[in-house]
Write a protein that binds this ligand. Structure first.
Ligand code: PLP
Length: 377
């Protein structure tokens, strides 16, 4: 079955016999037992809930995993994931990570005794040089946020297998519609479901997906123990959002390619970071491991004044954090998503006061370009 169809029919709606097309919201905290030592399969909603279970089966199917676990936020998913590791463990991570992930690693995981090396995971030699006996995992975002660097997932996974390391891929930007890390050798895929999967800027969610029985068992234990589960209503919003994932992603990408191309012709725009531009250094690699480029674009404008002017003048496009929804949003990574990353590190990564990040939505592309044009000029 093609993934476009899976988005709509990817999990059996077995929870009712009424013919309802929409999966019911089981707004129940607990479930009655038919007898002593018996269970309907549902005991308590932190462990299982029928609405959430439908969503989890759907997401597992989309990512081609054996299990998907739905969390209240992306950060809750990553926090739970980090409980797989213990005092002394070492993790190699992409140098250009989501700001909240860096904050979690540096302020909470480090306190718990984990150590990290951050590097360009596109560079296998660098990864190799950092592997030591305490190393347990390689944590990859691809493409990265906000600099749009791409990592060869199959190559990293091969290297990781040779050293017995777990490969974790944050697939938030491309989603299973364009990229399937588990099929390329990764062990765990994670998502901020807040972004493209939900798609409407109306709910927070997170996912961990795996194709390994042992990891599924460990993660389920951590999930029921730590408890950051997705509510039945938010699970339903995700199910509804995912129905249109394919059409949204197609339209968002179509708009993004046109906008990125137009941006390259603008005098005040010095650099355009979009993996769908043939001039992007990882354009060819992207084509080998993903079926699309997504709709995240970062630009470096000529001056800080221009950046501020754009943010103040845009009318249709909204100046807001987050990404992946139907509304086009623009962010100022330096002040928003990456404000907690130390300044030297931020500048080294190219996150300066001229950098803006666009999440392209599904509006009419000419309206979007005209808004940007008015703001830039
Ligand atoms: C937003 C985001 C997260 C965190 O997810 P929340 O749902 O906001 O908690 C993690 N990774 C990436 C790439 C993100 O964009």
């Amino acid at each position: 079955m093609d993934i476009t169809t899976k988005c709509i029919h990817g999990a059996e709606n077995k929870t009712h016999n009424t013919g309802a097309i929409s999966v019911p919201i089981y707004q129940s905290a607990t479930f009655a037992h038919p007898g002593v030592g018996q269970s309907t399969g549902y005991d308590y909603s932190r462990l299982q809930n029928p609405t959430r279970e439908h969503l989890e089966k759907l997401v597992a199917n989309l990512e081609q995993g054996i299990d998907a676990i739905a969390f209240s936020t992306g950060m809750a998913a990553i926090t739970t994931l980090m409980e797989l590791f213990t005092n002394g463990d070492h993790i190699i991570a992409s140098g250009d990570l989501y700001g909240g992930t860096v904050r979690l690693f540096q302020h909470i995981c480090v306190k718990n005794g984990l150590t990290f090396d951050y590097l360009d995971t596109g560079n296998l030699k660098d990864i190799k040089s950092k592997i030591r006996k305490e190393t347990k995992a390689i944590y990859v975002e691809t493409p990265t946020n906000p600099m749009m660097q791409v990592t060869d997932i199959a190559a990293v996974s091969k290297l990781a297998k040779e050293h017995g390391l777990i490969v974790i891929v944050d697939n938030t930007f491309l989603t299973p519609y364009y990229q399937l890390p588990l099929t390329l050798g990764a062990d765990i895929v994670l998502h901020s479901g807040t972004k493209y999967l939900s798609g409407h800027n109306d709910t927070l969610a997170g996912f961990l997906v795996t194709n390994r029985e042992d990891l599924s068992e460990k993660l389920r234990f951590l999930y029921k123990t730590t408890g950051a589960c997705l509510s039945p209503f938010d699970s339903w919003l995700l199910i509804r959002g995912i129905k249109t994932l394919a059409v949204r992603m197609d339209r968002q990408q179509e708009n993004a390619i046109k906008i990125a191309t137009w941006l390259t012709t603008q005098e005040k725009v010095k650099k355009v970071f979009y993996i769908g531009l043939p001039t992007h250094k990882d354009y060819e690699l992207s084509k080998t491991q993903a079926t699309g480029f997504g709709s995240m674009i970062s630009i470096e404008v000529d001056t800080k004044e221009t950046a501020v002017k754009v943010l103040e003048r845009i009318q249709l496009i909204l100046f807001a954090e987050s990404l992946g929804g139907v509304e086009t949003l623009i962010t100022y990574p330096m002040l928003q998503t990456h404000a907690d990353v130390p300044i030297e590190e931020r500048l080294e990564r190219g996150i300066n006061d001229c950098l803006l990040r666009l999440s392209v939505g599904i509006e009419n592309v000419d309206d979007l370009i005209s808004d940007l044009s008015g703001a830039l000029n």
